[in-house]
Design a protein around this ligand. Structure first.
Ligand code: ADP
Ligand code: ADP
Ligand code: ZN
Length: 209
């Protein structure tokens, strides 16, 4: 199954993507995580991207499209994939059409005050890239892989607000684009993590293809 997860920063895309990819046995492709990995590996792309991500701005389309093209070329994507955080502009959505077809778009939403609360307590794993919330953690170590957790630089409140603004600007067009194709399912992201997972599975059919 070829899936896209859309939704505002902090709505739970990453958290749900890990679970759904586990169930469907498909790779989880997060452009945000790919960029953070580039930075950890000290690459030129990582440093260029940081100039944008640290201010809550979008990285230019050409860099992101090139990066996603390369990732989708890896053979593990033959069985399907889940795109998390891509496309984020209408140009990216149009470019994606010439790279691959998509089966379904999962649009997750929740009220913005809830998202700010989630973002301000987010902790990321430096090893496996999973995200956690401080309210569920008893140490600064990843419960899954044991690596150290860190706070994303762009999760500062001012930067988070900037990211919401950009989301509002871009997502109307992207939603229209996929609604016209009739492949969107809408999911309430304000529910508990387990309930959101159940609803996603129910709505996408849950069978691998
Ligand atoms: P996104 O990838 O959309 O930015 P994340 O998956 O990183 O969002 O989740 C943001 C934060 O909210 C994390 O701290 C995560 O643990 C927490 N979170 C995610 N989904 C839920 C939920 N359904 N209920 C409560 N907290 C959640
Ligand atoms: P969130 O989990 O809060 O939705 P991500 O981890 O997906 O955020 O992305 C972090 C940052 O990386 C974004 O704020 C943006 O600067 C950059 N980024 C990620 N994906 C894209 C994309 N598709 N286009 C442009 N910039 C991107
Ligand atoms: Zn980990």
């Amino acid at each position: 199954m070829k899936l896209i997860f859309l939704g505002p920063p902090g709505v739970g895309k990453g958290t749900q993507a890990v679970r759904i990819c586990d169930i469907l046995d498909i790779p989880h492709i997060s452009t945000g995580e790919l960029l953070r990995e580039e930075l950890r590996n000290d690459t030129e792309l990582g440093h260029v991207a940081k100039g944008y991500t640290s201010q809550g701005k979008l990285v230019p389309d050409n860099l992101i499209i090139e990066m996603i093209k390369e990732r989708l070329d890896v053979p593990d994507c033959k069985k399907g994939f889940l795109l998390d955080g891509f496309p984020r502009t209408i140009n990216q959505a149009i470019a994606l059409e010439s790279i691959t077809d998509i089966d379904m778009v999962v649009n997750i939403d929740a009220p913005h005050d809830l998202l700010l609360e989630r973002i301000s307590g987010r902790r990321m794993c430096s090893g496996c890239g999973k995200s956690y919330h401080i309210s569920h953690l008893s140490s600064e170590i990843c419960p899954d892989c044991g690596a150290k957790l860190y706070i994303r630089e762009d999760d500062k409140i001012e930067t988070a607000r900037k990211r919401f603004e950009i989301y509002e600007e871009e997502f109307g067009d992207i939603l229209d684009f996929y609604r016209k194709k009739g492949i969107i399912v809408d999911i309430d992201g304000a529910q508990t993590i387990d309930v959101v997972t159940e609803n996603i599975i129910k709505n996408i059919g849950g069978n691998n293809k």
